[in-house]
Design a protein. Structure first.
Ligand SMILES: [Zn+2]
Length: 157
């Protein structure tokens, strides 16, 4: 069996008066991520990792932010569609390992709910999804709470 690795990275800006969606769930916070869709930075990084692993371009290619179809869209829909493309290309997910860099809010208590939400959207076992949270020690844009970054690696085969 041929196995392939993929990597994804995404950043969204934190702004007041936006809902904060991360890993497919809504978190209570004083700010939310801005973007054309719901701006779920973790899901976007995972989508890019999946597309990269299957050599299917990137999230902007499939879901352009100039399209009204994707305005404020639930990123779980994009994730489901991405996984469908990967399966159509003949692959199944091995595992996902992702890291979210955010100073606030503290994400650790919400990771089980995120894993559950992503597993449901992808139709894979929760055991195949790892999500880690880190701060950047108050350094850089994530440390100053100007934005949240997410990194994801996936294996498909
Ligand atoms: Zn994004």
């Amino acid at each position: 069996m041929k196995i392939r690795v993929g990597f994804g990275y995404d950043v969204h800006r934190l702004v007041p008066d936006r809902e904060l969606w991360l890993g497919g769930i809504r978190l209570e916070h004083t700010a939310g991520l801005s973007g054309h869709s719901d701006a779920d930075v973790l899901i976007h990084a995972i989508c890019d990792a999946l597309l990269g692993a299957a050599n299917l371009r990137d999230i902007g290619f499939h879901f352009p932010d100039t399209s009204a179809d994707y305005k404020d869209i639930d990123s779980k829909i994009l994730l489901r569609h991405t996984m469908m493309l990967v399966r159509q290309a003949g692959y199944e997910l091995g595992n996902i390992d992702a890291t979210v860099a955010a100073e606030q809010p503290k994400l650790s208590p919400f990771i089980p709910a995120m894993k559950q939400s992503l597993a449901a959207a992808l139709s894979v076992p929760e055991a195949d999804i790892s999500i880690k949270a880190t701060t950047t020690e108050k350094l850089g844009f994530t440390g100053r709470q100007e934005g949240i970054a997410a990194y994801a690696t996936v294996l498909i085969g």
